[in-house]
Design a protein around this ligand. Sequence first.
Ligand code: FES
Length: 410
Amino acid sequence: MGTLEQLGLALTTPVRRRLEMLRRDLSMVGGRVVLGRRAPVLVDRSHAGARAWAHTIPRRPVRVTRVVHETDEASSFYLEEMDGSPIEFEAGQFLTFSVEVDGVTLRRAYSLASPQLPDEPRHVTVKRMPEGRVSHYLNDHCAEGTILHVLGPSGNFLLPPLSGRPRHAVFIAGGSGITPVMSLLGTVLATEPASRVTLIYGNRRREDIIFAAQLAALRERYGDRLRVDHVLNAPPRGWTGGEGLLDPPTLQQRFDALGLFGDTGPSDEEDVEVYLCGPSPMMQAAHEALRARAVPAASIREERFTQPEARTEARVYSTTPQPMSVQIRGLHADTVVKPGQTLLEAGLEGGIGLPFSCAMGGCGTCKVKLREGEVEMDEPNCLSAAEREAGYVLTCVGHATGPCVIEVER
Ligand code: FES
């Protein structure tokens, strides 16, 4: 593994930069160097004056083909690749959007909400979040024809392969946590005729329910294969559905009302799988309620909301450049992490093919072992406590606070 300098080529900076870009593009196409799970061939470099990572983390343009206002606060943005082809993805995955707001480039992840079907138009649905700069920007500025820039798709909130039996997929979602759930449940219903779906979906008011009409249409279409249990915290007069926050008591009540997780033990006829996506308190409550019903942890999947607005965007962890050594399959390369750079940005700028996908701490693709030194990470990110304990770091949100050695294990 050698940079052009290591190969002894004395080149002017512009030529060297173009060659590095070409080399990265070719390595992405050929797959010789791992650069993310679905590395795009097109590399956008239109923001030449933006931060250094804009040169090194390849993002690609996609076109908005339609905007649909789902609620007062949430809109769906239908997207296609620039050549008009559909975005390839797996149900439950998300795209990372790279957006410039007030001169600052921000990255945010939004799940694709469409079922994974060849002819189904792809869309993300973005709810305005309090203080959410990107969610407000997208809702205020996107129209048909707008070009956005994305990475991915990424993410592991996926349907496992069928075991040989149909599945009963139980989804518990809160607010905009419905977006990957819509993709997953729509895919199950459309592609697995013997599987069935139960959705417990919590919102504050009836007007806040995203995809209310689409869920009603799916009920019409699939009948008993889909049960939808809307739970409202502030229900209107005459509401006959579930009431309350999705806390443990309310969830127990809904489980009873739906006949879920009773005393009859595992079914011989279907695999019961539970999928969680919503705000942190709802996720904790769901785990507690499921534990009380002895639902095995192995049958629970979850997508945690990251809260990027809570992240300090411009925090500088070290004011001096820090040397970084990277080990990949017995080879090693050295580079320097500049102040303000992440390990990923420094590695890619140094011509080192570090793996990544979402570039914002949400997917785990960039996980590496920290062999020496200290690295601080932006929070929140998707590393588990056990992974942190074992010395793993995410290069896309990791910053060197001193010389460090990292190892790419896959
Ligand atoms: S690239 Fe997704 S977590 Fe780092």
